[in-house]
Design a protein. Structure first.
Length: 486
């Protein structure tokens, strides 16, 4: 397990192979109990997998991280020994929790496809390179909130924004501008509506400025207009969209009320050192969802970036982080995953970098600690990149194969995973920690880029946390645990 110290906080990172029976075997790790009344004697059923494997989709959770979903992407299906079909999808999947109290340990858990009635219900069309963010229910009423999120709120709404439908190969497909809403309680989709300034009639909402793909969207907690900026300020949740057109502004989407699918857009002007035009970048939030962080991406000419920026939602000023104090920096990349880790820290995984033989998928894990006042950022590598498919490794660190266009999603492991995964040592006895000091992230999907210099096939991941070694080889499935201690 990799460890490092930042501001008196010790961060450790470790991948857990959820498709290996050894991960649930008490004899394989000192961090898991040999026996317990609250834990099933054995786990004979491994988690379900998303099929076909895919990349470029979105994964998301309810605000309390107790429910996990995945939607859309570019799927890869092996139809015969020599034939592979690739196509875009619009299916919805939910991660079914492991039930410790099930009457049999053979019950199904893990990814399960949600039944959708395409004839009777509205379902957004197939797509990849899309963006989705969740609006907690509190955003629909001007509730005084401090964290930007409400725990236990399964009635939140997930907002899907644009994307790309490749359609027939060779045609270039269609870039999308639609806005759809998923009720996370009923799991029903609806088309978002908006009211134009010139008419009181509602029409289908679209992304301002036209179709967009390879963009990012996050849920932010911003002060209400004309509110004082202090700790008791009344705030509301909005979705912030950033794409290649956002040179001096960002786009903010908010819900009009809590009973309809009506939304409204706002062009929010920004100042400061704004990010250059880019796509395939990644974004997350810090400062209790009050500050947006973006990293990396690619310009129109293909040049990739390893720059980091933060956007203050009080001043709406961009700051390019000064990361010169870092011993090392992540390499310039596109298609990486970025997640909130704690108040002032984000977690980066993977992406792709250019090489003489084409793109190379990465599997390194980094954290970025941000000082909001000074604009200084510090990068530290928790797990170094290693290509187990090509290079001989000098350590035994478990790593999922490198990838881009994957999703890494924070989850409440106590609600979704078997307790055997999160057992903690306590003196001479083993028990589940009352306040678990670990943060857990599920890796879903992704693409291992084709490289002319090797004999590897172009591959997609086989399911959440997994990636095929080659198109027909075995899977390695992982969940990432980040532990913080003082």
């Amino acid at each position: 397990m990799s460890q490092l110290m930042i501001n008196n906080q010790k961060y450790s990172a470790e991948w857990i192979d959820l498709l290996s029976p050894n991960s649930y075997d008490a004899t394989s790790s000192s961090s898991q109990p040999a026996s317990s009344e609250s834990s099933s004697a054995s786990i004979s059923t491994l988690p379900g997998k998303i099929y076909p494997p895919r990349s470029g989709g979105v994964s998301f959770t309810t605000p309390d991280k107790s429910r996990l979903f995945s939607f859309a992407g570019y799927a890869e299906e092996i139809t015969t020994a020599s034939t592979v079909e690739r196509y875009v999808v619009n299916d919805l999947w939910e991660f079914v929790p492991y039930d410790e109290n099930a009457s049999t340990n053979n019950h199904q858990w893990g990814w399960s496809k949600v039944v959708q009635n395409e004839e009777e219900d509205y379902i957004p069309g197939p797509r990849l390179a899309t963006a989705l963010a969740v609006l907690p229910l509190s955003s629909l009423a001007d509730t005084a909130i401090t964290s930007g999120q409400n725990d236990g709120d399964s009635s939140s709404r997930a907002i899907l924004l644009g994307g790309w439908d490749p359609q027939t190969p060779g045609t270039g497909g269609v870039i999308l501008d639609d806005v759809s809403m998923l009720d996370m309680n009923t799991l029903k989709w609806s088309t978002c509506t908006s009211t134009t300034s010139s008419s009181s009639e509602k029409e289908c909402a679209t992304v301002p400025g036209g179709p967009t793909s390879r963009h990012v969207a996050v849920s932010l907690s911003i002060p209400l207009e004309n509110a004082d900026n202090d700790s008791t300020t009344r705030r509301k949740n909005v979705i912030c969209l950033h794409n290649h057109r956002c040179e001096d502004q960002v786009l903010l989407l908010s819900a009009v009320d809590e009973t309809s699918n009506a939304v409204e857009w706002k062009h929010q002007p920004t100042t400061g050192e704004t990010p250059s035009s880019r796509g395939l970048h990644c974004a997350a939030t810090i400062h209790n969802c009050q500050t947006m962080v973006i990293f990396g991406g690619a310009a129109k000419d293909g040049n990739m970036s390893n720059e980091s920026f933060i956007l203050d939602t009080i001043t709406w000023k961009w700051t390019k982080l000064d990361c010169s104090c870092s011993k090392n920096l992540p390499s310039p990349r596109a298609g990486a995953s970025l997640c909130t880790l704690d108040y002032d820290t984000v977690l980066l995984f993977g992406g792709a970098i250019p090489s003489s033989g084409g793109l190379v998928g990465l599997n390194d894990v980094w954290i970025l600690n941000v000082d909001l006042e000074s604009g200084i950022g510090r990068w530290d590598c928790l797990i170094e990149n290693a290509d187990d498919l090509v290079d001989e490794k000098s350590d035994d660190t478990l790593r999922p194969p490198g990838r881009n266009a994957a999703t890494l999603c924070p989850i409440d492991a106590t609600k979704l995973l078997p307790k055997r995964i999160i057992w903690k040592e306590s003196g001479s006895t083993l028990s589940v920690a009352e306040e678990d000091d670990g943060s857990y992230f599920l890796l879903n999907g992704g693409w291992y880029p084709f490289r002319e210099t090797s004999n590897l096939s172009e591959t997609h991941s086989g399911d959440a946390f997994s990636m095929a070694y080659t198109i027909q080889n075995k899977l390695r499935t992982c969940c990432l645990e980040i532990t913080t201690s003082t």
